[in-house]
Write a protein that binds this ligand. Sequence first.
Ligand code: GLC
Length: 740
Amino acid sequence: MRVFFSIALLFLSLNIYGQKETISQRVDTLLSQMTLDEKIGQINQFSGNWEQTGPKAVTPQILDEIAQGRVGSLLNVHGAATTRSLQQYAMKSRLKIPLLFAQDVIHGYKTTFPIPLAEAASWDIKAIEKSARVAAAEASSAGIHWTFAPMVDICRDPRWGRVMEGAGEDTYLGSIIGAARVRGFQGNGIGSTDALIACAKHFAGYGASMAGRDYNTTDISDRTLWEVYLPPFESVVKEGVGSFMTAFNDLNGVPATGNKYLLTEVLRKKWGFTGMVVSDWGAIGELIPHGFAKDGKEAACKALLAGCEIDMESHLYKNNLKQLVLDGEIDEKVIVEAVRHILYKKFELGLFEDPYKFSDEKREKETLGNAANKAFAREIAAKSIVLLKNNNEILPLTKKYKKISLIGPLMKSKADMRGNWSIVRWGDSDIVSPYEGIQKRAPKGAELIYSKGCEISTNDRSGFTQAIEVAKNSDVVIMAMGESWNMTGEAKSRTDISLPGIQEELIKEIVATGKPVVVLLMAGRPMTFEWTAANAGSILYTWWLGNEAGNAIADVLYGDYNPAARLPITIPRSVGQIPLFYNNKNTGRPLIDENNVSYVSAYIDSPNTPLYSFGYGLSYTRFEYSDLETSNTKIGKKDTLTVKCKVKNIGKYDGEEVVQLYLRDISASVTRPVKELKGFDKIFIKAGETKEVEFKIGKELLAFYDINMKRTVECGMFELMIGQASDKIVLREMLEVIKL
Ligand code: GLC
């Protein structure tokens, strides 16, 4: 039957000359057959109920709309069987246009990986790409065609809960990671049954939500918009991302979802994007409370004319577009263009040849959570753990630590390890808690003693006494402290980002026992923990590491993996310093000497410096840099400079180092940051060995938006810096760009 179906469709897809029609031609042919209702139907996206399966995954009304060909895509329905059953309803419609199934596959589908911010800390671009690849293989085996990821919003404000979904504060790193995630999700191309259509979100400026309060307004200068927030979106367009999602926020007075400058001038005309544009959930309707539309009809009109093509869950396109066309307020051609983009993707996926090609229960069973995926989840989780401190080399743990006390509200937690934006429906049985991981890995003869000590965010000290006793009777203490999984994420902004509850008081009591204390800090955001940073022996920032959290933590604690992660975002001393980021401006009164803060850009009650800087992270070994060489100290605007240096592993463990290249434009037509990341190389070096690292600096790294907002390279002096972190510069060289 299927063979007959395919042959019949093959003939249908040949044009009158017997040539295979292009997808565009097939789209045009189909559009010419569609009614206005059917066209509007294609740009409606409704949510199902992920707790339900089969046709019950959506309401009877939506089922009926699907059968009438008035739904283009669904989100939050999943599973090969369920998507097949819903697709069967679409096949009842007059033109049998298949549905697209979308899901927020943000950091894994069945196998949950570290949250995106944690993976960004790995600075391991291949591993980050592979994480998205595995997520795509699992989700597409469960009938999903389209993921609402990668989130590429740059964030300089850890009060904002959605910081966990992105790649941190840096535009250069965020652009590279965003592109890697698109490559991972889309794999061998849209239409492969192990790939997903990726979605760049949230376009644009959402990460600059004022005061770190989610959904708040954003006020971004043109220069900052183009230097900081837009480049990661342009980077993923160049990588071929299949779709974009509009942001909730208003950008400089114009909500992103109704922003013609963003959605048409920039995205379509300047960047040449040809994929789909979907609104965020209900964002078209939110144009009314924004004060940008007086009612649903105006909101629908403004959003569509701006370039927001698919309406996620506001229902305003369904309820208003036909009348807007009949009233002549919208030309049907605008709707046709929107429908064209979604139909193109459906043809590209091969859904017209086989609407059920992604709904294959056998492949689903073989793919979901398989052993290889789990093993990789453990590997990338270990790569995401940042070693912030390791006094007296407490770590890696050795056999000398016979009695190990395991303390803290997160030590036995499973659900928290997944972090936010995971697919929660699988339950916790697959998740390895820190306790389980350490228990499995601890050497024979080691005795583990557990005491919770306190809850995550209550003020109940009743568990302190037992925890202190347990600590006193051990050789080393490991504490698992931090937020709960849902204290960071969408609509999870915090005004106080310190360790919740009385956790830091418990740490103080345990440190007071005089035992060596290792603190594992777990959260979806940078937290502030100044006392702990000064007094704990060792600190590992583990973020949320996903299903294999406990195993990865144990691998690092016992040195089976030598930690090599580096912070993708600044950790401030206090929330009062925010926004605090490494590539700041020098100002006219820079703080030179921390001991003399009079009449310079400084605080009278705090240093300017962060607790831990962008790019910072330690290893169990140490590295020494030398022999900085540049191919020239003067280069023309169009030349490329070669920069080399040597890195030696001078410790006793093999390990990885992230060699970071920063540039500073000393003087230009506008003020420039004191440094900007312009390259990095993560290299493995055996103990005692030396490796050479090479960077190329061309005009694309020297260019910036000048006084006229023109991207240009200006002549003048640059400082070239090689660093182990943004505030650990180990080699420097001056470079002059000259007019040749
Ligand atoms: C949410 C998020 C967006 C997500 C969408 C669908 O509100 O803002 O990132 O993709 O709704 O779940």
